[in-house]
Design a protein around this ligand. Structure first.
Ligand code: SF4
Length: 500
């Protein structure tokens, strides 16, 4: 797919001033870079142009005191106070600039008919706009609903306005930044085009994660002071940040919690030693361990009581495995992969069972279990599969996406086991796939030539992040969204008794 070929009018880079054109055009060979003229001349150019993608590149005056000369502003919207044009793909362009080490701010860009100074500049800053120039809004309107983006490099600031002896030097700094931004602009242009977005269904929050987040929220309502949470309540940076903003305090260990305070234990489960330590400090504990993780803990306890060695298929460094091992540290041996399954030693091959971390890839866990069954014919299996329904369903849905898509994107944090597994499942199915924390982490280069994009999200990733990513993609061209539905989910878990 070629951005230029998919629009009736080819994309253009609009640079109002001669110096801006000179900074950008040599760094964008093969791209139409047009000098549109200062102020009203840009408006005239815009009026005469048929609708089509436009990327505006130029300099600007900062309104926010946080901006420095040479900082780049990527507009998520452009306004003159009356008319506003949005640029939904701004986080993608900003991400491309950030990856190049450039200082980037995403926000509102104001357009004014003339240079603003003094009280007018202060009033404009009060609207929340980051920077101002005299051309972007008419140029944005020229896109006529086709993709539009704007990158403006800061020359003057509220404390160092245009009429200042340092302006020429700051102007050079800004133009250098603009030139350094050109490769990211080329990526934006190459990523333009219509797309189909295939949404995995089910995706995002599972019943265990919903229960854990609800538990913290209920605790925040019940207590005036801080509510402590041991480790991340679920493995997602957005969820943790949002709960922190509402008063949750995340700690590493029980010892970090003031004596007698409320403490929520995370969804991944903890070893009995953690419960004991919390009791010693007189903490008011609410255990948000997912019931499916608790089930694995119970299996391990039962097996250990029968005198069996428990081979726990999972990743040693994961908190869930840490907690499960803690149920019977002398009787549990972690087996990470097929290689370890081939060599693992047990006390008595007649008394051996296995359990599985809930968030593993189904096929990988089965491969390890098959080796263990071969080696230990007396191996006792869990009563039912330990890999949870949500993990299984999300992996099935991603496999279905991967069969149809040019690219699969999974929203989730890097420390989220089930999210990482979704990426691996897509790749094993032969589709390029990437894990992203949010839209800002999507690399525009992945999107060039990708007309069908599969989207999913790990069980700990909030659904709104997927919606935001779809919105971002719609800023690169028309998007048709389709659900790839593999199964219904109606599982819910009751809240812990302390908060229900
Ligand atoms: Fe529970 Fe499964 Fe969700 Fe983990 S992924 S919290 S085991 S429902």
């Amino acid at each position: 797919m070629n951005g230029a070929a998919d629009h009736a009018v080819a994309p253009v880079v609009a640079t109002p001033l001669r110096t801006e054109h000179a900074a950008v055009a040599p760094a964008l060979p093969g791209t139409p870079v047009v000098r549109t003229g200062r102020g009203a001349r840009s408006s005239a150019w815009a009026r005469d142009r048929a609708a089509g993608p436009v990327l505006v590149a130029g300099v600007a005056g900062a309104l926010s005191p946080d901006l420095r000369p040479g900082d780049l502003v990527v507009a998520d919207q452009v306004t003159d106070g009356t008319t506003t044009v949005c640029s939904p793909a701004a986080p993608l362009l900003a991400g491309a600039l950030t990856r190049r080490g450039l200082p980037v701010h995403v926000g509102t860009l104001a357009t004014s008919p003339s240079v603003v100074t003094g009280a007018a500049r202060t009033a404009l800053a009060a609207t929340g706009a980051l920077a101002v120039d005299t051309e972007t809004l008419p140029l944005a309107s020229a896109a006529g609903g086709a993709p539009f983006a704007a990158v403006r490099a800061v020359v003057d600031t509220p404390t160092a306005p245009l009429l200042h002896p340092g302006t020429p030097g700051r102007g050079l700094t800004a133009l250098r930044a603009l030139r350094a931004a050109a490769p990211a602009m080329a990526e934006w242009l190459a990523a333009l085009g219509p797309r189909e977005v295939l949404l995995a269904s089910p995706r995002s929050f599972c019943a265990g994660v919903t229960r854990a987040i609800d538990t913290v929220e209920r605790e925040l309502q019940r207590h005036q002071g801080p509510v402590y949470v041991r480790r991340q309540i679920v493995h997602n940076a957005h969820v943790v940040r949002s709960l922190e903003q509402r008063g949750a305090v995340f700690v590493e260990e029980v010892d970090d919690v003031p004596v007698g305070s409320p403490l929520v234990l995370a969804a991944h489960g903890v070893a009995p030693a953690v419960h004991a330590a919390a009791a010693d400090r007189g903490l008011a504990v609410v255990d948000a361990t997912c019931p499916l993780v608790s089930k694995v803990h119970a299996e391990v306890r039962r097996a250990a009581r029968r005198g069996e060695t428990v081979l726990l298929i999972g990743h040693r460094e994961h908190e869930e495995v840490e907690g499960t091992v803690g149920e019977a540290p002398d009787d549990v041996v972690v087996v990470a992969d097929v290689d370890q399954a081939r060599t693992v030693a047990v006390r008595d091959p007649e008394r051996v069972s296995y359990a599985v971390q809930t968030t593993l890839a189904v096929d990988e866990a089965e491969a390890v279990a098959a080796v263990l069954r071969d080696r230990f014919p007396a191996l006792r299996a869990p009563r039912r599969d330990d890999i949870c329904y949500a993990t299984t369903n999300r992996q099935q849905a991603v496999r279905a996406l991967a069969a149809q898509a040019d690219l699969v994107l999974v929203v989730g944090s890097a420390n989220s086991s089930n999210s990482v597994r979704l990426v691996e499942v897509a790749r094993r199915a032969g589709c390029p796939a990437h894990l992203v924390e949010d839209a800002a982490q999507v690399d525009l280069r992945w999107l060039a030539g990708a007309g069908r994009i599969g989207l999913s999200a790990g069980a700990s990733a909030p659904p709104h992040l997927v919606d935001e990513l779809v919105t971002c993609l719609s800023g690169l061209g028309p998007v048709r969204v389709q659900d790839v539905h593999v199964t219904d989910e109606d599982v819910t878990f009751t809240l812990p008794p302390e908060v229900s």
